[in-house]
Design a protein around this ligand. Structure first.
Ligand SMILES: [Mg+2]
Length: 386
């Protein structure tokens, strides 16, 4: 079975509301799907991390740079093809967009492999430690037209609604500055009984992060995500040593080599690998092994559309509990509770995560072989960013 074509589909739509995190506001949503066609008629789907114009540029890397390395090659040779592509890309980017582009192709090749074997991805990886995964809900995004007091009220209402909808925990954004961010976190802490997490998207220097972090210690936050710039490894380590709240991060790290150095710097309490960015399923499994070799807990970073969510359901199902036991802490699926039609309406048979969480507090792994998802081609055509 040969690879006959590798194609990117970048989708775009307007959002019902402008939302933001500490770095920017946005009012359009994009989704970068990768489709791998084969000589046996099997079609694999993948997704690349990267919004807006980054998705458009990644699509060019997929189709103009990596596809010519792989078309005509054996479709099941995903590990060989990964290393060949990485080797040829190495001089042009060991992190960032080339690896994001490679990620979507690798995920699609695993989808093909699962279909060829007649096995869901989680069973192809080695079996499922759980059939369904607990889900935490993030929301509480920044709003461009609210002051801190109004946003604190908004965040409290939203956090209560997410917890009330059955999610195991809630995650909020910050980024207004130390004083207002503590006000937002206090509002969320007061509004829910479930664990809450705070995501700064690297808004702070280490001094401000310490100040916010001490407040989060008092509020009982479960984790403090990307408090400082990902390059500030010393800052991460200082925060981890100084705070009781767990330090989470890693969504902006790539490949086993990047993760080796990130883990060695000792600044993480929780690792958040992003399979659609760090190199795909092939590289995710190596990063997971590295994390486990250091007894570092893993909660996957999840961003994007239904293909990314489905992939992460399989990875979360096949993730071994570490160290294990009768009642091990189970991995969570990260879920964006804001409107996202590329997740909710893309598939012929939607995952309906919100409905599943409302009924059972968990999300089930898709049944079919490979990722077990079939994107609706009419939906893709209707949302294509030409
Ligand atoms: Mg984050």
């Amino acid at each position: 079975m040969q690879i006959t074509r590798i194609q990117s589909h970048v989708l775009r739509c307007d959002m019902p509301e402008t939302l933001g995190y500490s770095q920017q506001f946005y009012s359009q949503r994009t989704c970068h799907l990768v489709e791998v066609s084969t000589s046996e008629g099997l079609t694999g789907w993948g997704e690349c991390f990267g919004p807006g114009n980054v998705a458009r540029a990644n699509a060019r890397i997929v189709e103009d740079v990596i596809a010519p390395m792989m078309v005509g090659e054996r479709a099941l040779d995903r590990d060989r093809l990964w290393h060949r592509a990485y080797n040829l890309l190495r001089d042009h980017g060991q992190k960032g967009m080339p690896i994001q582009a490679l990620s979507g192709i690798d995920i699609a090749l695993w989808d093909v492999a699962g279909q060829a074997a007649g096995l869901p991805l989680c069973d192809l990886i080695g079996g499922r430690h759980r059939d369904a995964v607990g889900v935490y809900g993030y929301g509480m995004m920044l709003r461009p037209d609210m002051d801190a007091a109004a946003m604190a009220d908004q965040f409290a209402d939203e956090a209560a609604a997410i917890a009330g909808a059955g999610f195991a925990a809630v995650k909020m954004k910050v980024g207004l500055g130390v004083r207002d961010d503590v006000r937002l976190a206090t509002a969320v802490a007061d509004a829910v009984d479930v664990p809450f997490m705070v995501d700064a998207n690297h808004a702070y220097d280490v001094n401000d992060a310490l100040e916010v972090g001490r407040a989060l210690d008092d509020l009982g936050a479960y984790w403090f995500e990307e408090p400082v710039a990902p390059e500030d490894r010393d800052g991460y380590a200082t925060l981890r040593r100084s705070l009781r709240t767990r330090i989470a991060g890693g969504e902006a790290e790539f490949t086993r080599w990047g993760w080796r150095d990130l883990i060695a710097s000792g600044g993480l309490s929780i690792a958040q690998p992003e399979v659609c960015a760090l190199g795909g399923v092939s590289e995710y499994l190596r990063v997971l092994a590295l994390c486990h070799a250091h007894h570092l807990p893993v909660v996957n970073h999840v961003w994007g559309g239904a293909v990314a969510v489905a992939c992460n359901l399989h990875l979360s199902a096949s993730m071994p509990p570490l160290p294990g036991g009768l009642h091990p802490r189970q991995p969570w699926l990260e879920f964006d509770t804001t409107e996202n039609r590329f997740r909710d309406d893309l598939l012929e048979a939607p995952l309906d995560i919100q409905g599943q969480v409302a009924r059972t507090g968990t999300a089930a792994v898709p049944d079919g072989p490979g990722l077990g998802v079939a994107p609706d081609r009419e939906f893709i055509a209707a949302h294509l960013w030409e």
